[in-house]
Ligand binder design. Structure first.
Ligand SMILES: O=P(O)(O)OC[C@H]1O[C@@H](O)[C@H](O)[C@@H](O)[C@@H]1O
Length: 343
């Protein structure tokens, strides 16, 4: 990367939506849309896309021919992921808040993924000591409209960092700013779509023998058997009390994503497979073969925040080993917030 290259660039993305590009010296990059506070791209030092976004492949192949105008045109024609508010973007890392799935009265997966976030120019100090240069702070606050459907006031701060080695880290800091003394309760997920070469050649390790709720069977509780999870049909499960490390092995590409988490107890695994994929308008019929959602989440036991209390949920992806790291540090974060200048 030349001296002039920007670590952080604000520009326009698809459909003129505001987008931030994070770049690091070795050529890694990430892209974030203010719409949804949504990470839509994360590339390693070889320019390989590690996240799935519907029909991204088309765009990537075309982009490599440098026919950029044609690309934009074709992307608009071919891209299934709509990038058009109010529909959430299909792929990347949608943020599910304050509700996961339909576990409440709100729209599916809550409203954070369909709201316009803003750049937070004055974030409170960060607990992690870091010399990273490629990062952006976003913020979402309650709107008067949203208060009508979810009667709470909050500040949701999201820092997205691309480390020098290509690590991608997302840190969510959610704070209850209710002035009426009321606590609020929420469920949450980093709904991460990993890009995989062929779903039938993918294995997930770390969830075997755990209990899970099967969304395809009215959330009935089962216990997972076998060595590792493999995929040969639709899967929609919430694994409970999961370990801090989950690995996603893409045999064909000889790539391993390692997901690490701490404090976010659940892990959702979702692939719609062929029939469901056909029924999802913003997903290509065959695209289920190239995606796998493994989501660090808090679903079974919702989080309750008292007024003026905050919690933190960071997620770190490492490019070299493709590590995803999710943490929920309620206590230390409360301490941090009290210490912080905004606390
Ligand atoms: O289509 P959406 O709202 O983005 O949801 C996709 C999937 O997200 C997963 O997290 C859920 O477990 C699935 O049940 C759901 O179908």
């Amino acid at each position: 990367m030349s001296e002039e290259t920007k670590y952080v660039e604000l520009c326009k993305g698809i459909n003129g939506l505001d987008k931030i590009i994070l770049r690091e010296v070795r050529g890694c990059s990430a892209e974030v849309y203010l719409f949804g506070g949504h990470v839509t791209s994360w590339k390693n030092e070889h320019g390989e896309e590690l996240l799935f976004v519907s029909n991204k492949n088309v765009r990537r192949i075309l982009e490599s021919n440098h026919t950029l105008i044609l690309v934009e045109l074709l992307v608009k024609l071919l891209q299934k992921a709509i990038f058009k508010p109010p529909k959430a973007i299909r792929g990347g890392i949608p943020i599910c808040f304050p509700q996961f799935s339909n576990l409440g009265s709100l729209e599916q997966h809550g409203f954070a993924r369909t709201r316009f976030w803003t750049i937070d120019n004055d974030p409170p100090p960060f607990p992690t000591n870091s010399s990273n240069k490629a990062f952006i702070d976003l913020i979402l606050k309650h709107s008067e409209e949203d208060v009508k459907i979810w009667p709470h006031r909050y500040e949701f701060r999201l820092r997205i960092t691309l480390g020098p080695g290509g690590d991608l880290m997302l840190t969510s800091r959610i704070r209850n700013t209710n002035t009426d003394g009321k606590s609020f309760t929420f469920t949450f997920a980093y709904h991460t779509y990993f890009h995989v070469t062929d779903i039938s050649e993918v294995r997930v390790e770390g969830l075997e023998t755990l209990d899970y709720l099967d969304n395809l069977k009215n959330r009935e509780r089962f216990t997972e058997q076998g060595d590792a999870i493999v995929f040969e049909s639709e899967v929609d499960k919430v694994y409970l009390s999961t370990p801090t490390k989950i690995a996603i092995l893409d045999h064909e590409r000889k790539r391993t994503f390692e997901l690490r988490k701490d404090g976010l107890p659940d892990a959702v695994v979702w692939n719609p497979w062929d029939k469901k994929a056909k029924a999802i308008p913003d997903l290509g019929d065959d695209e289920y073969k190239h995606m796998l959602c493994v989501e660090a989440a808090c679903v079974e036991k919702p989080i309750t925040l008292k007024p003026d209390r905050a919690c933190m949920m960071p997620l770190l992806y490492s490019c070299s080993f493709r590590i995803a790291y999710f943490v929920l540090l309620v206590d230390s974060c409360q301490y941090f917030w009290r210490q912080g200048s905004k606390g």
